[in-house]
Design a protein around this ligand. Structure first.
Ligand SMILES: C[S@@+](CC[C@H](N)C(=O)[O-])C[C@H]1O[C@@H](n2cnc3c(N)ncnc32)[C@H](O)[C@@H]1O
Length: 364
């Protein structure tokens, strides 16, 4: 290279460096860049993680990786994806980038504490609760203003009964505490559970009282079928009958000592709750009791999103206020109605009322 060429190259390099420096100054001076970086770290990344983990848990990938590291081809085969794992890699690599999966020697493994925890069967309710947030709460948060503007509403079909039955178990310790406080443990008890979901609370009641027999009903056919399968699996099929049905249309004689409704009063529109409670009361023998547990108004962001979902549904209504539900139970003919906050600070209540007069009807 001669002297002239050297000089030209040096001039070019210094022009390039100056161009880079000016570009950098423009970028650093742009106020949107720090905002973008902050959003990416504090908002977008947690959202991506929530979505990735929901998908990985829901498709069984976390459970598979809990057995040991696996390659993309093996994971693709497990998921029934034809043609190997090449196209699944982009999805898996996002998990690696987010820190939830690790990768080495051509195989993926669980890495983050959250991914490991969600892979455990005993944390299934938490996994389902995350899925509820991602699939249903996020949808209503995104769409509520437009739905209100366009007069659109959510319907029961916009939910996934199986996921909701699993996620509802997040409050299992509270509900079991309420059942333990209410249930007679020695006399024979005829229990009617309305909206039984997976059936875990009937199982719990049956475990506390060996003389208890039950009818468990659920509005959604696939949920009732799952509950029936669970009863058989738990060896309770001879004590618990399971039926697909709606409380409002159920043809039964008043015969039950205890009626339970867990996590479903908001499946009834506010104006129809007294009638639904009256229907539940009418199925109780004289002296029988209703135990109703529910999240109430005023809770955390998750409960407010749940409230928003049902407020915008065409079949349900908002979470109840404690005083309002007590009043509705009294109007439905229950006596001695009590409301108990089972866990201090949590907006979760157990309501108990007695059917003193078997055939008393609600006033207007
Ligand atoms: C949020 S899930 C709760 C399931 C279960 N009770 C639990 O706590 O795990 C509410 C359930 O109530 C059922 N349900 C709602 N309205 C009902 C009705 N009118 N009659 C019977 N079941 C009903 C739904 O189908 C759903 O499975």
């Amino acid at each position: 290279m001669d002297v002239k060429m050297l000089a030209t190259s040096a001039r070019h390099r210094s022009r390039t460096t100056a161009t880079h420096a000016r570009a950098l100054a423009r970028i650093v001076g742009n106020r949107q860049i720090p905002l973008l970086l902050s959003l990416s770290k504090n908002l977008a990344t947690p959202v991506y993680r929530a979505f990735f983990l929901t998908s990985a848990a829901g498709h069984g990938v976390l459970r598979t990786l809990a057995q040991g590291p696996a390659g993309a081809d093996e994971l693709a085969a497990g998921l029934g994806i034809p043609g190997g794992g090449d196209r699944l890699r982009s999805w898996l690599d996002i998990g690696v980038q987010l820190g939830d999966l690790g990768f080495g020697d051509g195989r993926y493994r669980l890495r983050s504490r959250v991914a490991k925890a969600l892979s455990r069967p005993e944390n299934d309710a938490v996994s389902a609760a995350l899925e509820e947030v991602v699939r249903f709460h996020a949808t209503v948060l995104l769409q509520a203003p437009a739905m209100l503007r366009d007069g659109r509403r959510l319907s029961l079909g916009d939910q996934d009964g199986g996921v909701i039955a699993r996620s509802s178990r997040i409050v299992q310790p509270f509900i079991e505490e309420a059942i333990a406080r209410t249930l007679d443990r020695t006399s024979p008890v005829r229990l009617l559970e309305i909206g039984c979901g997976s059936g875990v609370y009937v199982r719990y009641a049956a475990s506390l009282n060996p003389r208890l027999s039950a009818l468990a009903i659920d509005l959604q056919e696939e949920v009732a079928e799952e509950a029936a399968a669970n009863m058989a699996r738990w060896g309770l099929a001879n004590r618990v009958r399971t039926r697909h049905g709606d409380l409002r249309a159920l043809e039964l004689q008043p015969q039950f000592d205890l009626v339970t409704m867990h996590n479903n009063i908001y499946y009834f529109p506010k104006a129809e709750r007294t009638a639904a409670l009256e229907r539940a009361r009418a199925l109780l023998a004289p002296g029988g009791r209703l135990l109703l547990t529910t999240s109430c108004q005023g809770g955390n962001a998750g409960l407010r999103a749940l409230n928003l979902w049902f407020e915008n549904a065409d079949f349900g209504g908002p979470l109840p206020h404690e005083h309002e539900l007590v009043w509705q139970m009294e109007r439905a003919g229950f006596t001695g109605v009590s409301a108990t906050q089972i866990v201090p600070g949590e907006q979760f209540r157990a309501f108990v009322g007695t059917n003193a007069h078997a055939f008393r009807t609600a006033q207007a």
